[in-house]
Design a protein around this ligand. Structure first.
Ligand code: SAM
Length: 304
């Protein structure tokens, strides 16, 4: 293994590898943070997962009386920066901005960029695996003030269990806290080939297969396959071995044979109703839902 951030990550990724699967969260850590960083500056990345500026977003933000943002899955800071600009245009005085991420490398990169651009905001790193647990950060350190939590850029479409993540975020918030969720949604009128257009480029493929190289797989010893999986309603990248490969970690070994497949990337296109049901089920009260013109990305405005 090369390029992970700590031994815990190596142990966890190894246990998933035995199930022929690498969760996407490992596609952002250590070495992979820098390939994701390149990807996150491309127009195709923005097209696939971002909603253009919207009047309702402005109205919602203008009504808020908050000075603290919890940006969950903050990434490389590029979209956080666009979001902060939006907050400033709405005359919100933001004092604290928490960059919460599983990736130490990516959140450090994010904070160093944002600190330079917004010297009047205090940025802080919160290392948090939203798939594993709730965070007690807000309960512990911000007892008197409501905050806005955001999960931007279809991060929810990348996780193993959507409901678990929405519940973990809900359980980390306090009564009165607000939550904005940005999701790439299923639009039956758009051909799957059209969806794949934004992914079919070398920068994306490099990012989607980086975690394979980090666990020691020579990606020349097989082929990646990028496709839209109708069963899972998701853009997927699989790696198919064309030769026998033995990986070892400590005293353990895993053997992959010709034809074996590992999944290393998933980006779901969920139905709006399904997200709505999940948000309601875990307890979030939905104040509004807005979509872009093409009905490919939605923002859910919620409150605890
Ligand atoms: C698709 S990127 C979105 C980044 C940014 N919000 C944007 O809009 O460009 C997903 C982000 O979520 C983080 N992430 C993925 N899985 C995570 C997990 N289980 N816990 C915490 N963060 C996670 C990644 O490290 C990355 O920063």
């Amino acid at each position: 293994m090369v390029g992970f951030e700590n031994v815990e990550q190596e142990q966890e990724v190894w246990s998933f590898l035995k199930q022929k699967f690498i969760p996407l969260k490992f596609g952002y850590v250590g070495n992979a943070a820098y390939t994701h960083d390149k990807l996150a500056f491309t127009d195709a990345y923005d097209r696939a997962i971002k909603l253009d500026k919207d009047d309702y977003l402005k109205t919602f933000l203008q009504q808020l009386n908050i000075s603290t943002i919890m940006d969950v899955g903050s990434g490389n800071g590029n979209n956080s920066s666009k979001f902060i600009d939006e907050l400033m245009q709405c005359k919100l005085n933001i004092f604290n901005y928490f960059c919460c991420d599983f990736s130490n490398s990516l959140s450090k990169l994010c904070i160093s960029r944002l600190e330079k651009k917004y010297p009047f905001i205090k940025f802080e790193q919160v290392l948090w695996d939203i798939e594993n647990e709730k965070s007690d950060f807000l309960l512990k350190y911000l007892s008197n003030e409501n905050v806005l939590l955001v999960l931007l850029g279809n991060t929810i479409g990348n996780v193993i269990d959507v409901e678990d993540v929405l519940r973990n975020i809900y359980n980390s918030a306090r009564a009165g806290d607000k939550f904005i969720l940005e999701v790439s949604i299923k639009n039956n009128n758009i051909e799957t080939e059209k969806i794949l257009e934004d992914y079919n480029n070398s920068i994306f493929i490099q990012a989607a297969t980086e975690s394979l190289r980090m666990v020691g797989i020579d990606t020349n010893k097989g082929n990646h396959e990028l496709y839209y999986d109708k069963k899972r309603e998701a853009v997927v990248v699989d790696f198919i071995f064309d030769d026998k490969v033995v990986l070892s970690h400590g005293k353990e070994e895993i053997t992959f044979y010709k034809g074996n497949v590992i999944n290393s990337f998933i980006s779901r296109r969920m139905k709006k109703e399904s997200i709505k049901d999940k948000l309601n089920f875990v307890g979030w009260k939905i104040a509004n839902i807005i979509e872009n013109e093409k009905n490919t990305v939605a923002l859910f405005f919620c409150e605890k």
